[in-house]
Design a protein around this ligand. Structure first.
Ligand SMILES: Nc1ncnc2c1ncn2[C@@H]1O[C@H](COP(=O)(O)OP(=O)(O)OP(=O)(O)O)[C@@H](O)[C@H]1O
Length: 333
């Protein structure tokens, strides 16, 4: 069964085309992440699915029903926003219960669903507090709880972790992944963070300038990017791109090598000097300027003693490298 189908979705604001011919399906229980740089149309696409924006053309189907003319509250979706959007004067419990009260659900149903969500999200100690007395992470859990109690057909998350600090972001990311496993619900999650996309998604949709660049599992996209944009967007540190490559490339082509696939060797095909060293404890990143004055990042596992200014030689396994043509599309080599 398909949770969501988008067919030929276009969206313009005035003369500006923001979404261009988007076709996509989300299967039941699938976790789909929309990822792409700022302004590529991720939030607009989510808002079209939610019914907060109308598509200029195209069809939105949820659970097999066309919902273009169905208002947001009747689409069977629940949305979690970056800003939490909690009511400041209501307790955690009442914030979570509000949607169900508005639906006129019986008290027994409300108590049961809120109780279950509170348990699941470990919010027991906070149910009588107001949002202002909670940390950012706890507020986001309340916002997620409010979505869960509605038992939606489809969850929509719009950059839910971007207001949290790095450590909390990682914890909450793991909680969202666990929640997805527990609920087996269909989820769409918008982020510009490639780590969130890689770690959460069953399926990643890479967007750029309102178009879908590529759709696939995280490892499919990582190991088999269709073009230079996808190759450069997924992976941290980002893939290196060389114009003066030591392998045969078409005219104006580019060689792509991931930082972890470059090896320090005595005699290699790439020569350069180290311009900066980042010692991360577990890994070491070397920033290198090649003889052809191109910049590279090398990711070495563990602690490495190479110093700034060192002359080094690098090489890589050709099987691990990617070749892109003058139009930045991937070619086999
Ligand atoms: N109501 C609107 N009126 C006019 N233009 C809009 C409107 N909403 C969004 N846009 C434009 O549409 C484009 C896509 O915006 P959108 O918010 O969907 O991007 P995004 O990928 O979610 O970006 P971000 O990661 O920065 O939130 C942007 O160029 C934006 O300026």
């Amino acid at each position: 069964m398909t949770a969501l189908t988008l067919t030929n979705i276009n969206k313009s604001f005035g003369s500006v085309e923001v979404l261009k011919d988007i076709n996509l399906t989300v299967d039941d229980g699938e976790f789909v992440v929309f990822v792409g740089p700022s302004g590529c149309g991720k939030s607009t696409l989510l808002r079209v699915i939610a019914g907060l924006e109308d598509a200029t053309s195209g069809t939105v189907s949820i659970g097999g029903d066309v919902v273009n003319n169905v208002p947001p509250a009747k689409r069977g979706i629940a949305m979690v926003f970056q800003s939490y959007a909690l009511y400041p004067h209501l307790s955690v419990r009442d914030n979570m219960a509000l949607g169900l009260k508005q639906e006129k659900q019986p008290k027994s149903v409300i108590d049961e669903r809120v109780g279950k969500a509170v348990q699941m999200l470990d919010l027991n100690d906070y149910i009588d507090r107001r949002p202002s007395d909670l940390s950012g992470g706890q507020r986001q859990r309340v916002a997620i709880g409010r979505a869960i109690v509605r038992e939606p057909k489809l969850f929509l998350f719009d950059e839910p972790l971007s207001n949290l600090d790095a450590a909390l972001r990682m914890n909450t990311r793991i909680e969202i992944a666990e929640l997805h496993r527990t609920l087996s619900a269909s989820m769409i999650y918008v982020t510009h963070d490639q780590t969130e996309a890689m770690t959460l998604a069953d399926k990643i949709v890479v967007l750029r300038d309102g178009r879908v660049e590529q759709v696939g599992s995280p490892m499919e996209l990582y190991n088999n990017p269709a073009n230079r944009f996808v190759a450069g967007f997924l992976g941290s540190p980002a893939m290196n791109f060389l114009k003066s490559a030591p392998i045969n490339l078409p005219k104006n082509g580019t060689l792509g090598v991931r930082p972890e696939h470059l090896k320090l060797v005595k005699k290699g095909r790439i020569k350069g000097h180290v311009t900066h060293v980042e010692r991360l404890g577990g890994d070491t990143n070397l920033l290198v300027s090649t003889e052809q004055k191109e910049a590279l990042t090398v990711r070495l596992f563990g602690q490495d003693s190479t110093a700034i200014g060192a002359n080094i030689e690098l090489d890589f396994d050709d099987q691990r490298a990617f070749a892109f043509d003058a139009d930045n599309n991937r070619i086999s080599h």
